[in-house]
Design a protein around this ligand. Structure first.
Ligand code: URA
Length: 238
């Protein structure tokens, strides 16, 4: 059971103070009865709540897709740095979402956020082999030898041997290269460290795909939206 004002407020129908005023005015109905006590205990999954005669739809989880900008950290809170949660509207923050995995502060692109702990766990578990695809700019010429090394499994600086990764060269000159990298793991700074292992540096990193979901190019950096039903279904197939 939860407080009526908390349930209504969390669904984006105003602050708790506003809900109190609405209740006083007799605008809130629970299971067909006008309720003036804003602190009343309700079961949001079972009770039918109406505001001004209109039924509100309760939901427990939210699923967001963000085009993460540079300079923002993938944490829920931080005393000094701006976080991806700071970029959300209050109506989404009240669901207490968290990022599904992490992107580095200077990595941009597709970041999912949800408060669905079970899905989050599944998507990040090494057992499920969720593909993550990155577009990267590299400081040197990427070669077929690098493609082969990524396929065989790169050994990182700490001795960890990465699983097979797909490296696709889009362009390659002595001045620099552009590539796609597909990995299924999510070790700390993984893509950057994989390139360091072949003596190269990532100068730009953008995630463009995660578990079958593609970065929405209509989203400017820093923008986000809710996942569509279709996208959510794809994600849950992972
Ligand atoms: N690999 C990295 O090095 N950084 C990221 O943010 C994601 C993958």
């Amino acid at each position: 059971m939860e407080r009526l004002d908390k349930v209504i407020s969390n669904l984006g129908y105003g602050s708790r103070k506003e809900v109190k005023i609405m209740a006083k005015k007799g605008l809130i109905e629970v299971d067909g009865v006008i309720v003036k006590d804003n602190g009343m205990a309700v079961d949001p999954e079972k009770s039918m709540i109406k505001i001004n005669g209109e039924e509100i739809t309760y939901r427990k989880y939210i699923y967001l897709i963000m085009n993460k900008p540079d300079g923002v950290i993938s944490a829920t809170c931080d005393n000094r740095e701006e976080t991806v949660i700071d970029l959300l509207e209050v109506e989404h923050q009240v669901f207490e979402p968290f990022p599904v995995g992490r992107l580095d502060k200077d990595t941009v692109g597709l970041l999912l956020l949800t408060n669905d702990g079970e899905l989050n766990h599944r998507l990040l578990s090494p057992k499920w082999h969720v593909d993550k695809v990155y577009f990267a700019k590299i400081d040197k010429k990427v070669t077929e030898d690098d493609v082969e090394a990524f396929r065989k499994g790169i050994t990182l600086d700490d001795g960890y041997v990465c699983k097979e990764a797909k490296l696709e060269i889009l362009s390659a000159t002595e001045e620099g290269s552009e590539v796609y990298v597909t990995i299924q793991e999510g070790k700390f700074h993984q893509v950057k460290r994989m390139f360091e292992a072949v003596d190269k540096k990532v100068v730009y990193l953008q995630r463009i795909k995660f578990g079958g979901i593609e970065l929405d190019t209509d989203l400017e950096e820093g923008e986000y939206r809710e996942l569509t039903e279709d996208e959510l279904a794809i994600l849950k197939l992972n």
